[in-house]
Design a protein around this ligand. Structure first.
Ligand SMILES: [Cu+2]
Length: 270
């Protein structure tokens, strides 16, 4: 029996600690890779979950107790009472207190997410029907990021999550993400970093993360945006500083903004 309880508990608390992408039968959050997401996971696992479990158990107990204790055969003459001041005050005050206990740390996390520290790298993500476009405004880099079709996947590339051009960012650096859209609403979301912001045409939303571990992280568009909403994944590759510099040097040539835009102009004027 103990083993069973342990297995259930470990399912609740640790399945997510395996990878930075969704897993089959996943039960909890993805493994956090930023302090922001760690705050969220701690808040959920250590505060919300115990409170929710306690409330559910308590309500279940009340229901069972009422059903048994006050069933017609055991309690043939029901009470006619309609008010009880003490009980009414308690069932108003206690839920209020519970909400306050949850609200305080929750606001703390929200404010922390909202205050963007000085950015080391700025990336602009633009949602299109149905792919993401990225810009590194300080580096003059611009490229599009399309999902790779299932038939073209290489080994170890997750289906529906792999893209042709990943966003590359350095590890342990503050990355500011500017998020907007060019047609309809999208949302740029990366569970491991605890980041999710709407991409709204004509408006720029900001968010930030500081990735703590090298690796590839997967997210998806999280606002219903049309028929191929499910097919515009988000890939962020977190690399060491040197690898980032190397990528930058390459990308500045490969994805140089002016040249690409000039090419587009040429195509338009043809
Ligand atoms: Cu979308």
């Amino acid at each position: 029996m103990n083993k069973f309880i342990l297995t259930i508990l470990s399912l609740i608390f640790t399945t997510s600690a395996l990878a930075s992408q969704p897993k089959e039968w996943q039960f909890g959050f993805q493994n956090p890779a930023s302090s922001g997401m760690r705050d969220i996971v701690n808040f959920h696992n250590n505060l919300l979950l115990p409170i929710i479990i306690a409330i559910s158990v308590f309500v279940l107990f009340l229901m069972i107790y009422t059903c048994v204790r006050f069933r017609a055969s055991a309690n043939p003459v029901p009470s006619k009472r309609t008010h009880n001041v003490t009980v009414e005050i308690l069932w108003t005050l206690i839920p209020c207190l519970i909400l306050i206990v949850m609200a305080v740390p929750s606001f703390k996390i929200l404010y922390k997410q909202d205050t963007i520290p000085k950015a080391d790298v700025t990336v602009k993500a633009v949602g299109y029907q149905w792919y993401w476009g990225y810009e590194y405004p300080d580096e003059n880099i611009i490229f599009d990021s399309y999902m790779i079709e299932t038939k073209d996947l290489k080994e170890n590339q997750p289906r529906l999550l792999t893209v042709d051009h990943q966003v590359v960012v350095p590890v342990n650096k503050v990355v500011k993400v500017l998020i907007t859209a060019n047609d309809v609403l999208h949302a740029w979301a990366l569970p491991s970093f605890g980041v999710k912001r709407d991409a709204v045409p004509g408006r720029i939303n900001e968010t930030w993360f500081k990735a703590e571990k090298i690796g590839t992280y997967y997210g998806q568009c999280s606002e219903l945006c049309g028929i191929k909403h499910a097919f515009m994944p988000i890939n962020v590759k977190v690399v060491s500083d040197e690898d980032y510099q190397e990528w930058l040097a390459e990308a500045r040539v490969k994805f140089a903004k002016e040249e690409i835009e000039n090419d587009k102009l040429k195509i338009v004027s043809k």
